[in-house]
Design a protein around this ligand. Sequence first.
Ligand SMILES: [Zn+2]
Length: 282
Amino acid sequence: MQSPASVGLFSFARAGFSHSVAPGGEGIVQRFGWDRKNDAFVFTMKGNIPVRVSWTFAIPAALPFLYEWSRHPRLALTHTVTFAALLFLSVFLHELAHVWAARRRGIGTERIDLYLFGGIAWFKRGVASPYGWAWIAFAGPLVNIILAAGFAASYYLLARPLSAVGPDGLFNSPPPRPDTLLEWTLWLGALVNAVLAILNLLPAYPLDGGAIARHLLATRFDAVTATRIVGFCGVVLSVLRFAVIVPAAMAGILLWIPPSFTPNWRAFRATGSKKPVPQHPA
Ligand SMILES: [Zn+2]
């Protein structure tokens, strides 16, 4: 059984895209170039792990700057390319951390997918303790926490001294309004990674936080109870997220954030006979 470890961006609907792999059924696996069958750019990492970057990964990268294209096309191009690079780096390193943590426990990776809602690392069959699986799931968000701290530190160390900041400016100054592209990039890098870390640590399906919570709870309760507790948290969070989505929509920002209602409701009701709740980090 493949075990997906995923990263959610604006949302995570693994169901829509989680075509399972048919082991050995794909014939010659493309190593580099454009994969027409999957409409994705493919490259192969060390350790013979294929990485598929779907064309849909460009959508969340381009969306935030659509409005800017009509007004300042050159600036919009710079912003879109920079944001796309940051997004790719942040999501890809997140997945690599899952891969690395799994490999340390002798669990190989089938492939990595990057697509509309983020990334998925598909693991090969493997065995780990509940704490082992929790650690594999936590490794992804941990990388985003480290990256966010690194970008934020660089921003304050490199970019802020360029502009005059008073001795107590840290507390009194308005939120940073980065002027140069370097400042903007560092600030955005911190923001993107902070958002990725927080969203992915929510205790809900199919996020890393849901997998962490379920594996840790399974050491105290039985597996079904652990699954249902996380499902309940996910149902509550799927409702609470509208406290962010609705005000954003009223401000003209279309936003979709995880967790979705359905997988969590299914886990809570424990009616997952058709689509079982993933047994490993999701
Ligand atoms: Zn993840």
